[in-house]
Ligand binder design. Structure first.
Ligand code: ZN
Length: 316
């Protein structure tokens, strides 16, 4: 069984003036439901305030939670923060955190949302409000669930927010492989950045990923990977600049699984980017990420990382 974390609040109405195409998370849920008894569903709690504030400026957290984000920040985010969007923003990081706890127990779990890697300390950006990856990483090490966590970001865009919100933390390492010329224009500094030229295809991508991620994992020896499995490196993606095929994306996720299994590393997967007019095709790519990793990792001998601090997994 593959542990999947989902919450009804992930699926919200599209706010007016939104340039983001909503509906992806509901489509991911529906496609996963077709896999019936392969999926073990879990519902997260909203992320507590103290952990939102561990990564973000408390004033910005208050602006979001009260749905009173200044227009300038809403423009940078890509949509207005309505009360339902604000509720969603608080529960998605809870989902990534729950997926991490489940992964520590079972080897793999996936959140059907998250991967909001552009969100910065005091503002949202690039369709991201709160940075679930950075928030979950801070909470996991803060609570002593793991000694070290690595955020592995394979979205076509750099994980600039995650890098900024975890910079200098000795227990959190960040890896980002992305198209150099893509958003954001001004990059942050991850622990390891792998910047690719435009148009790279499957073979070159997979060779580069394997070489750089292997040495990154060996250098930082994390207890858990938080994976940003964006599908926008796909050749047909509206906002991508790379040329991975559908098979290339599957190859990427098989490689992630292989590197994790070789190091007995649990993986918690988030969704990340994927853009275009065909929401079902994009959702299907995200589902393929979850099923590819789940097939290789769920129940594999990578779980059972020593539970520290005596707190067990809270499975919803
Ligand atoms: Zn992206």
């Amino acid at each position: 069984m593959i542990a999947v974390v989902h919450h009804p609040d992930y699926v919200t109405e599209a706010p007016a003036r939104s340039t983001y195409r909503w509906g992806k998370n509901g489509a991911i849920r529906d496609l996963l439901r077709e896999h019936g008894d392969r999926i073990d569903w879990h519902e997260p709690d909203a992320m507590p305030l103290e952990w939102l504030e561990a990564a973000h400026d408390p004033d910005y957290v208050a602006e979001v939670l009260s749905a009173q984000v200044p227009r300038e920040k809403e423009r940078r985010t890509g949509f207005p923060i309505t009360p339902s969007v604000a509720r969603r923003a608080a529960v998605v990081p809870g989902g990534t955190y729950l997926a991490a706890l489940l992964a520590l127990e079972r080897g793999f779990a996936a959140n059907t949302a998250g991967g909001s890697h552009h969100a910065l300390a005091n503002t949202g950006a690039g369709y991201c409000i709160f940075n679930d990856l950075a928030i979950a990483a801070h909470r996991l090490v803060g609570e002593g669930r793991v000694d070290r966590v690595a955020v592995v970001d394979c979205d076509v865009h750099q994980g600039d927010g995650t890098a900024a919100l975890t910079a200098g933390h000795p227990q959190i390492a960040t890896y980002s492989i992305h198209a150099a010329k893509n958003f954001p224009v001004r990059k942050a500094q991850s622990t390891l950045d792998v910047a690719l030229v435009d148009g790279i295809g499957d073979d070159e991508y997979l060779q580069t990923l394997e070489a750089t991620l292997s040495s990154f994992l060996d250098a930082h020896r994390p207890d858990l990977i938080l994976y940003q499995g964006g599908v926008d490196p796909f050749a047909g993606d509206r906002l991508g600049r790379l040329s991975l095929s559908e098979d290339g994306l599957v190859g990427r996720d098989r490689l992630i699984a292989r590197l994790a299994v070789a190091r007995t590393l649990p993986v918690a997967c988030t969704v990340g980017g994927g853009y275009g007019d065909d929401v079902m095709a994009i959702a299907a790519r995200h589902v393929r990420v979850i099923l590819t990793l789940g097939a290789a990792l769920a129940g594999a001998d990578v779980a059972g990382a020593e539970q520290k601090g005596g707190a067990g997994v809270v499975a919803g």
